[in-house]
Unconditional design. Structure first.
Length: 217
């Protein structure tokens, strides 16, 4: 069974612009995106990594259609991995909108099999529903770094989340009814919400978990 990083899960595309899905989640989504929302004369940078500072691989014009390979959070912004006729790369998700497939005369390369982020946690041995990275730290007062995660979604508001810790090992967080209710760390998880972001504290540890990781929105 192949694992893909929060890759496309929809079996059909929504053709009506009124129902178009923007790249505002971490998993699922359409098979194709169209570049949108740019100012006149602007192009969208295709980058080697999910960062505005990463090496530019090329440029995408407004309306250009690319294949969706999944989105992830990086430095508080959503980035999406896409396939283009010149090869794969990362673009800012806020400039993407759901699209029908390109014309029959257009061709996109067969998408490569995606690999998990480095240091993916072991989980419980079952295949993850999705995996990626999120902001975390294991010491009070220190800025957040990046930790790899894997999640198994069990229904609306329910999920088992595993986060790989920087010093080794993994932290388990169980969600029920849309809230973190159990962890294998120190005591019960304490959390607050900022928009659609869980800020979870477990002893000295802090994890920033987008709601979309749990719900797949």
């Amino acid at each position: 069974m192949r694992r893909i990083w929060a890759g496309p899960l929809l079996a059909a595309l929504v053709a009506s612009p009124a129902l178009a899905d923007f790249a505002d989640g971490l998993s699922g989504g359409p098979d194709f995106w169209a570049v949108t929302g740019l100012e006149a004369g602007e192009t969208l940078a295709l980058r080697a990594e999910a960062s505005a500072r990463a090496r530019a691989l090329g440029k995408l014009a407004p309306g250009e259609v690319v294949r969706n390979k999944g989105c992830a959070m990086a430095a508080g912004a959503r980035w999406c991995l896409v396939d283009t006729p010149s090869g794969p790369g990362w673009v800012e998700g806020r400039f993407l909108r759901e699209s029908a497939p390109p014309g029959l005369d257009d061709s996109l390369p067969e998408p490569p099999l995606l690999t998990a982020p480095p240091g993916l946690p072991a989980g419980n041995g079952e295949p993850f529903t999705a995996f990626g990275t999120l902001a975390c730290t294991t010491h009070r007062g220190q800025p957040s770094g990046t930790c790899a995660f894997g999640v198994i979604r069990t229904g609306p508001g329910g999920a088992s989340l595993w986060v790989a810790l920087p010093a080794g090992g993994q932290r388990t967080i169980l969600f029920e009814a849309g809230k973190p209710v159990f962890t294998d760390g120190e005591g019960r998880p304490a959390f607050t919400m900022e928009d659609d972001l869980f800020l979870i504290r477990i002893g000295p540890e802090r994890f920033e978990v987008p709601r979309a990781v749990i719900d797949g929105g």
